[in-house]
Design a protein around this ligand. Structure first.
Ligand code: HAM
Length: 430
């Protein structure tokens, strides 16, 4: 709790209230639809992993790990809340020997991630990612398929016009090594002019100086050697092939030489869908984390959407999610015997797919009817001692204010005749 002992949310965290859940579910459905269609399997890995996994996988000098990761110790274990999902999925791939499955393997995951960054618009400390990986193939068509998937999901949500696909190649790890040496040589004589943070990165990870928000660092970075001059011919060919596939799929893109992404594990393709404020709704690229973690080559390509950022854009576009939790029938009752019957009716209505609730409390019929109106029920079923005795029930149309008496045995059929079949909410195990 806060120092004033107020009951309040931890800074940077966000409740997903019932009114927002409709947006969440809409996006989840759009994602699952596209995933199932193209052979993605659902995987869920824990939000807690060993700190070392992220340090080795993402890079210990990357802000996401060095500054923003939630770290804690339990017993002798140094643990962390996952700042992203890819590393955990690759850990799981290694541990479960997924290399023996038909490759490439397509996995998707939806869940929370944690980064202790400064909260601001579209940036939370707990947020949700929809994450996609295709593991076990180096082929530009796979890169194109991942990007196409992101584009299709945005199109399904009617948001595609709000984002520009920025894409770049950062070359192979070897190109990068050579480039990093050049950057070191460039920054070392200028060390005193760099921010304190960047000074510490010259030796360990000079590429990250290019992401710095410090004004002096930005000026010096502008004059630094350019990564594109160190990209191998093979990587350039790969990138051009990918662009030709995107052309074929009629996906517009902007080649952005400055796009390097904030995580260390990428090579070759990197991309982000950016909105007009340059906020990324989806980012990803090519990597081989299994090689980094376990020295086993599993060329991979992946991406992740930020769910809250998608919701922000859906709301801004004026979209309203389907009302799934509307109530069709409220069951009001007076007396314990009537309440027993009311619960039986509710149970039968539920089994038929009708949204219904009630049979609560001891309040007067008037106040129960008021309650039914507050929940916007279309019909109220009323049962008291007289109705129990006469084996009947009163059906009230809440909009019209009309009511009729129905035999208790006929009430379910009567309700079903009033509700459109497509509004019935049926579920089955198979
Ligand atoms: P990322 O770009 O760090 O990539 O995050 C992916 C998306 O998560 C971002 O585009 C953004 O929409 C959302 N996001 C990131 N941080 C926040 C935050 N603090 N608050 C709200 N939303 C946020 C990755 O995480 C990679 N693992 C993606 C990937 C998968 N690459 C390969 N496979």
């Amino acid at each position: 709790m806060s120092s004033e002992n107020k009951i309040q949310l931890v800074r940077g965290m966000k409740d997903i209230l019932p009114e927002d859940m409709g947006f969440f579910l809409t996006i989840e459905e759009a994602i699952r639809y596209r995933c199932i269609q193209s052979g993605f399997k659902n995987i869920d890995t824990p939000v807690i992993e060993y700190q070392e996994l992220f340090e080795r996988g993402i890079g210990g000098d990357v802000d996401t790990v060095s500054k923003e990761m939630y770290r804690f110790q339990v017993g002798k274990n140094n643990l962390a809340l996952r700042p992203e999902m890819t590393v955990g999925i690759c850990r799981s791939y290694i541990e479960h020997g997924m290399a023996s499955l038909p490759q490439p393997i397509r996995l998707y995951s939806i869940g929370p991630c944690f980064r202790h960054d400064r909260p601001q618009k579209g940036r939370y400390r707990q947020f949700h990612q929809a994450n996609f990986e295709i593991m076990g193939s180096r082929d530009a068509s796979i890169d194109a398929q991942i990007i196409y998937m992101a584009y299709k999901i945005l199109t399904d949500l009617e948001l595609e016009d709000r984002f520009v696909l920025n894409i770049n190649t950062i070359g192979t790890p070897e190109c990068r090594k050579q480039y990093e040496e050049e950057l070191k040589d460039y920054f070392l004589p200028k060390k005193r002019n760099l921010s304190f943070d960047s000074q510490g990165k010259i030796e360990s990870n000079p590429l990250r100086i290019l992401d710095s928000k410090d004004e002096d660092d930005i000026i010096l970075s502008k004059m630094a050697p350019k990564l594109k001059d160190y990209i191998s011919e093979d990587s350039k060919d790969y990138f051009n092939l990918l662009l030709s596939y995107l052309d074929e799929l009629e996906i517009n893109y902007k080649v952005n030489d400055n796009l390097v992404r904030g995580l260390d594990y990428y090579h070759d393709t990197v991309f982000e869908f950016l909105d007009e404020d340059c906020l990324s709704v989806c980012g990803g690229g090519r990597y081989d984390l299994v090689k980094i973690l376990n020295n086993q080559e599993v060329p991979s390509m992946g991406m992740a959407f930020g769910m809250e950022r998608l919701i922000m854009h859906l709301k801004d576009s004026g979209f309203l999610p389907k009302k799934r939790d509307k109530i069709d029938v409220y069951v009001a009752c007076i007396g314990d015997t009537a309440k027993g019957k009311a619960m039986k009716i509710l149970s039968e209505l539920h089994d038929c797919g009708v949204h219904a609730f009630g049979a609560i409390g001891q309040s007067s019929m008037r106040s129960q009817l008021r309650n039914a109106s507050k929940f916007s029920a279309k019909w109220t079923l009323i049962i008291g001692e007289v109705e129990v005795r006469e084996n009947a029930i009163i059906l009230r149309d809440m909009d019209e204010g009309r009511q009729e008496r129905v035999k208790l045995d006929d009430v379910i059929e009567k309700i079903l005749s009033l509700i459109d079949k497509k509004d019935l909410d049926k579920w089955s195990l198979y």
